[in-house]
Design a protein around this ligand. Structure first.
Ligand code: GDP
Ligand code: MG
Length: 201
């Protein structure tokens, strides 16, 4: 048995994925956990919470990713989740202008709960569809710079920058020491586990 598999993590970080429907939130988690792409829409009830370990600056970091459905009717659930994480990944689809515009709405929801204290990274997803790009990279970067968000472009299809985007926000959180150690995990011996969340709606 590889003793690295049972090594206790030095940090435990909970992250929440926000963003419009179909931008690729569930796909991003799926790619991060399994390193695979599923071309169909992934049912979010099957993928609410996933855990995996990452090595950042030689430290073992346990990352817990919470998925959301990106719909207005789940706003109160989303607000509750925001209170329980150390960082947020807002995903938009570079081929969908509305999903970029709606970053502001998602960020507003976070600010209502937290002011501007919670680290946020913006992820422009689906860069494998470059020919259909509607948001120029310079515009996205300028917007993020203005709001002091980090920015990464990804493709869940190819896997480009997926680990990097998650490592980037984890590093910001570790560096800001915004770590809460009151998080309990349910982990299998593999590097990923599956926990089905109860739905109440
Ligand atoms: P969610 O509603 O934000 O969770 O979006 P999903 O992860 O369910 O993805 C919505 C659709 O976009 C699915 O058909 C995915 O296969 C597709 N998709 C997700 N990420 C990418 C990507 O990087 N490139 C391409 N071409 N399609 C993607
Ligand atoms: Mg989803």
């Amino acid at each position: 048995m590889n003793s690295q598999n049972v090594q206790e993590p030095e940090y435990s970080i909970k992250l929440l994925l926000l963003g419009d429907l179909a931008v690729g939130k569930s796909s991003l988690i799926y790619r991060f956990i399994y390193d695979k792409f599923n071309p169909n829409e992934i049912s979010t009830s099957e993928l609410d919470l996933k855990t995996s370990d990452l090595i950042i600056d030689k430290k073992n970091v346990r990352v817990q990713l919470w998925d959301t459905v990106g719909q207005e009717k789940y706003k109160s659930i989303t607000k509750n989740l925001i209170k329980r994480v150390q960082g947020i990944i807002i995903v938009y689809d570079i081929t969908n202008k509305d999903s970029f515009k709606n970053i502001k709405t998602w960020a507003h929801l976070i600010e209502e709960e937290y002011g501007n204290k919670l680290p946020i990274i913006i992820v422009g997803n689906k860069i494998d569809l470059e020919e259909n790009r509607k948001i120029k990279i310079e515009d996205a970067k300028a917007f993020c710079k203005n709001h002091k968000y980090k920015y990464v472009e990804t493709s869940c299809k190819t896997g480009h920058n997926i680990k990097k985007s998650i490592a980037k926000i984890c590093k910001i959180i570790i560096d800001s020491q915004n770590i809460r150690n009151d998080i309990s995990f349910s982990l299998s011996t593999s590097n990923a586990s599956y926990i089905k969340k109860k739905h109440c709606c």
